[in-house]
Design a protein around this ligand. Structure first.
Ligand code: HEM
Length: 422
C-alpha cells in the first residue's frame, strides 16, 4: 500500500547566487531548498548581511526548539511586523511576560471547548449529498469554508455561523494575498509604518466583523472566547483564526488530493470507515502522512537572542534560525522513500519516526496550541465525508505546491464528487 509520489517543486543542485535565491523565495518558500539540503545536516547562509542557519540535525532541532528554547525565544521581527497589524500581540507573536501569561489561558480554554463540530460536518455532508452525481467541487475553497466554520464553532460556539465564516475568510484572504509571495519579501524591506498602512485597512475590517461575534459569544458564555479574559479575547480570537485557518484547510485539501492520487490507500481508508469501528488508525495515519508530505507550516523561524552552541554548530547572537518541517519531513536520513505517500508508516506497529524528525505542529514551549483540536476536527471531517463521498481529480496537470507563511497546494483545484453509498 504505497507508491504514489505526489508533486513537489523542482530542487536546484549546488549553490546558487543570493539574487536567484531571493527570486525563488518571492515565488515560493518551497523553491529555496536545494537537492543537497534534503541530505545534509544543516546549512549556513549570509543573505543581505544577515546570518541564516537552517538546522537539519535532530539534536540541533531539539536544542533550538526545546532544550535551548530560551536562547531562541524571539520570532524574527520581520514576521511580527507582518502579523501584528492583524493579530496585535496575540499568542503567536507575543513574547516574554505577555506570552507566558497568555499561553496557559489559551491552552486551558482549548481543552474545555464544547462539542459542536458534528453539526458543522453534518451540514457539509448534507450540502454534498444535494449535489448532482459527478458534480465539480472546487476543493481548496470548499476546505477553506469548512475549516472556517469549524474554527468559528470552536471560538464562538453557536454564534459562529456559516455566513460569518465566509465573510471573515474573504477578508483574511485579502490580508494573506498581500503578505504572500513577492509581497512577503517587499513587505519585509519596508519600514514599519508603511507596512501598517498597507495592511491596517484589511485588519480593521476583520476586527469590525469579529467584534459583534465576540460580544454575542461572551454574552451567551459560549465557545473558547468566553473562557478568555475580556482584554485578551479580541486579539486571541484573530490570532487563533489567523494561525489555524490556513493550516487546517491546507491539511484537509492535501488529504483529499493525496487520497485521489493513491487508490490503494483510499480503498484501505474506505474499508476502515465502512467497518464502523470507533478507533480509526488508518484515518489518523492518512492525516499524519499528509502532514508529513505537505506540512501546512513549512518553516519555523527564530532569532538567536544570545551566542550559543548547539550540537554540531556555534550560533552567533542575532542569527536567524530556521527549522523546516518541509525539509526535515523529506530528509533522506530520516525517512524511507521520503517523497512517497505511504500512510502505513504511521500505522500502529510501524517503527515510530526518529525523535525530532516529525514536527508538523512545531515542538517545545511554542509548539502549536491547536494541535489536539486540529487532529480531532480533521479526523472527524475526513471520517464523515470520506465514508459517503469520493473526490477524483479532473484531467489536467497536477498542482505544484507553493508556500508563503503557509503551504498551499493550489489556488483552485476542481475535483469530481461521487457518492459511495446511497
Ligand atoms: C494542520 C493544522 C495546524 C498546523 C500544521 C499548525 C502548525 C503550527 C506550528 C508549526 C506552530 C509553531 C510555530 C513556531 O514555533 O514558530 C504553531 C503554533 C501555533 N498554532 Fe498551530 N497549526 C495548526 C492548527 C492550528 C489551529 C487550528 C490553531 C487555533 C485554533 C492554531 C494556533 C496556533 C497558535 C496560537 C500558535 C502559537 C503558539 C505559541 O506561540 O505559543 N494552530 N502551529
Amino acid at each position: 500500500m504505497s507508491g504514489a509520489t505526489p508533486p513537489f517543486p523542482p530542487r536546484h543542485k549546488g549553490e546558487i547566487p543570493v539574487t536567484e535565491l531571493l527570486a525563488k523565495a518571492s515565488r515560493s518558500l518551497l523553491e529555496v531548498w536545494g537537492e543537497e539540503m534534503f541530505r545534509n545536516s544543516g546549512t549556513t547562509l549570509e543573505v543581505l548581511g544577515q546570518r541564516l542557519i537552517i538546522f537539519n540535525r535532530p539534536a540541533a532541532i531539539e536544542a533550538v526548539l526545546v532544550t535551548q528554547a530560551e536562547s531562541f525565544a524571539a520570532k524574527p521581527p520581520q514576521l511580527s511586523k507582518l502579523l501584528a497589524p492583524l493579530m496585535g500581540q496575540g499568542l503567536f507573536i507575543a513574547e516574554g511576560a505577555r506570552w507566558r501569561a497568555r499561553r496557559p489561558l489559551t491552552t486551558a480554554a482549548m481543552a474545555e471547548l464544547a462539542d459542536g463540530l458534528d453539526a458543522v460536518i453534518a451540514a457539509w455532508a448534507a450540502q454534498w449529498a444535494a449535489r448532482p452525481e459527478g458534480d465539480t467541487i472546487e476543493l481548496i475553497g470548499a476546505m477553506e469554508q469548512v475549516s472556517a466554520e469549524m474554527l468559528l464553532r470552536l471560538l464562538f460556539g453557536p454564534a459562529g455561523d456559516a455566513a460569518a465564516a465566509a465573510q471573515i475568510m474573504r477578508l483574511a484572504h485579502a490580508y494573506r494575498a498581500k503578505i504572500s509571495g513577492a509581497g512577503l519579501i517587499t513587505l519585509m524591506a519596508l519600514p514599519d509604518p508603511l507596512v501598517r498602512l498597507r495592511l491596517g485597512g484589511d485588519a480593521k475590517r476583520i476586527r469590525a466583523v469579529v467584534a459583534p461575534l465576540i460580544a454575542r459569544a461572551r454574552k451567551a458564555g459560549s465557545g473558547l472566547i468566553a473562557a478568555l479574559p475580556a482584554d485578551a479575547a479580541a486579539e486571541e480570537v484573530i490570532s487563533l483564526f489567523g494561525m489555524g485557518h490556513d493550516a487546517l484547510s491546507g491539511l484537509l485539501a492535501a488529504t483529499w488530493f493525496l487520497l485521489a492520487e493513491a487508490p490503494e490507500v483510499e480503498a484501505a481508508l474506505h474499508a476502515e470507515l465502512d467497518s464502523g469501528a470507533e478507533d480509526r488508525p488508518m484515518t489518523r495515519a492518512v492525516l499524519r502522512e499528509a502532514l508529513r508530505l505537505y506540512p501546512p507550516v513549512p518553516l519555523i523561524a527564530r532569532v538567536a537572542g544570545r551566542a550559543t552552541q548547539v550540537p554540531g554548530m556555534a550560533v552567533p547572537q542575532g542569527s536567524l534560525a530556521f527549522v523546516s518541517p518541509w525539509l526535515v519531513h523529506r530528509h533522506a536520513d530520516h525517512w524511507e522513500a521520503p517523497d512517497e505517500f505511504r500512510p502505513a508508516r504511521f500505522l500502529p506497529g510501524a517503527p515510530a519516526p526518529a525523535p525530532f524528525t516529525y514536527l508538523p505542529f512545531g515542538l517545545g514551549p511554542r509548539g502549536c496550541v491547536g494541535e489536539a483540536f486540529t487532529l480531532r476536527a480533521a479526523e472527524q471531517a475526513l471520517a464523515t465525508l470520506a465514508r459517503r463521498f469520493r473526490l477524483a481529480r479532473l484531467p489536467g496537470r497536477a498542482p505544484i505546491p507553493t508556500a508563503g507563511l503557509t503551504l498551499s497546494l493550489a489556488l483552485r483545484l476542481p475535483m469530481r464528487l461521487t457518492r459511495r453509498t446511497g
